[in-house]
Design a protein around this ligand. Structure first.
Ligand SMILES: Cc1cc2nc3c(=O)[nH]c(=O)nc-3n(C[C@H](O)[C@H](O)[C@H](O)COP(=O)(O)OP(=O)(O)OC[C@H]3O[C@@H](n4cnc5c(N)ncnc54)[C@H](O)[C@@H]3O)c2cc1C
Length: 387
């Protein structure tokens, strides 16, 4: 009997990864070890490399080179057998499952995973968009910081920097900048003041009291001027930059860095994907959108509806593996597995002077060299997996 061998052609699925954030870096690393047959993975992101948040303050301080703290997405996608598109995504067409970006043709997907991070909210403060340097995108922050450090020599004293936002990002940025400026060997009359503005009475409100007190002490010891209970309401540019607070306090200086509360891009709100009141994508324990099951989201841009956590790189990193596992299971038609983020997590914060503070829940260890060496070792080990 002759049999007409029936050829079964399996339809290839397209998984598009939007944003080269921490979770997608981990996902791509896992994909390299465990390829998924019949699935095309594509990453679309703005830059060829992406910073590792744990080492970012250390890079600003001058302790790490660019390459030491950036993941090379070109090499990583290559290694994982995924395509890389460099462009800024500006919208989603969810009727036709397409990603719309600035320059490239639309990219079709069967499954979409979003890990685009967040940016500091500035919209409501007049002048902030024009004259302040936002902490995100990080590429712009690093470019502006580098430029400032090179040009300082030409500035007329008093030289002043303002950092707006006293969360963990603002505090780390202040300490990192102080460390870098201390090592620039400037003249005495070129001493640079750093002023931190924060609307609440206490810095880093989401952290334990003892940790907050320790960090406040370190900031003061390092000569960083704290302006607490000050809400910045306007920025202008005259000869220098002018910053005005609701209390009537005014400040004049050379650079303003903006590290306020994380916000989501406006275009996400128009796509129809369900978000929380701040515009972050609402996801379930499977990291799946509440409104669109074929869309997954992780990192800062996602809010786990039953397990809200602060916007920190540590969560984006931890979501990478469960995201990969659930994308696999989704493609293979298997039941997805829940992921419950830890309520308490280890936080190691560098103080810019070769030391670090450790905190986990109610437990805090004061600044020590040993903690910095530990942090350095953990961060380098994390980066090693991408080399
Ligand atoms: C100064 C500072 C210090 C910090 N220090 C720490 C720290 O020590 N520890 C810690 O845990 N957290 C820290 N954070 C917070 C941390 O940076 C974020 O929580 C973390 O980066 C979030 O990771 P993510 O994967 O969600 O996104 P990200 O790491 O922000 O990555 C998002 C990626 O998506 C790309 N992207 C964004 N929008 C688009 C678009 N429209 N189209 C295409 N691509 C896009 C970006 O280019 C980027 O590559 C710090 C933040 C700041 C500002």
């Amino acid at each position: 009997m002759t049999s007409n061998a029936s050829k079964t052609t399996t339809k290839q699925k397209n998984i598009v990864l939007l944003g080269g954030g921490h979770s997608h870096a981990i996902l791509l690393r896992s994909l390299a070890d465990k390829p998924l047959p019949n699935v095309n993975f594509s990453l679309i992101t703005e830059n060829r490399d992406t910073p590792y948040s744990g080492m970012l303050p250390g890079h600003i301080a001058g302790f790490y080179t660019h390459d030491e703290c950036h993941i090379n997405l070109e090499k990583l996608t290559n290694f994982a057998g995924a395509k890389l598109y460099i462009d800024e995504v500006i919208n989603l067409d969810l009727e036709n499952n397409k990603v719309i970006s600035t320059h490239l043709p639309e990219i079709e997907f069967d499954i979409l995973s979003i890990d685009i991070g967040s940016t500091p909210a500035t919209i409501t403060v007049p002048g902030a968009k024009e004259y302040a340097i936002p902490a995100k995108p990080v590429s712009i922050l690093l470019r502006e910081w580098d430029k400032f450090c090179r040009e300082i020599i030409h500035y007329s004293p008093p030289i002043r920097i303002a950092i707006v936002g006293g969360g963990a990002g603002g505090v780390e940025l202040a300490l990192a900048m102080r460390a870098k400026l201390n090592n620039l060997n400037l003249h005495e009359n070129q001493e640079i003041e750093i002023h931190l503005f924060h609307r609440d009475q206490e810095l880093m409100p989401s952290y334990h009291l003892f940790m907050r007190h320790l960090l406040t002490k370190v900031l003061l010891q390092q000569g960083i001027k704290l302006n607490l209970k000050e809400t910045v309401c306007k920025i202008e540019k005259l000869e220098k930059l002018h910053l005005n607070c609701e209390s009537g306090l005014t400040w004049e200086g050379d650079r303003i860095f903006w590290v306020t509360q994380a916000s989501a891009p406006q275009w996400l709100k128009t796509t129809g994907v369900k978000t929380d009141k701040n515009g972050f994508i609402l996801v379930n324990e499977q990291l799946q959108s509440l409104s669109h099951p074929h869309i997954f989201a992780t990192g800062d841009i996602a809010t786990m509806v039953n397990y809200p956590r602060s916007k920190a790189g540590v969560f984006a990193v931890r979501q990478g593996k469960p995201l990969f596992a659930n994308l696999r299971r989704y493609v293979l038609g298997k039941a997805l597995k829940p992921y419950i983020p830890q309520a308490k997590y280890l936080s190691l914060i560098g103080t810019g002077d070769g030391k670090a503070i450790a905190n986990r829940g109610n437990f805090t260890l004061p600044p020590s060299r040993l903690l910095w060496l530990w942090k350095d070792c953990l961060d380098r080990r994390f980066m090693q997996q991408f080399k």
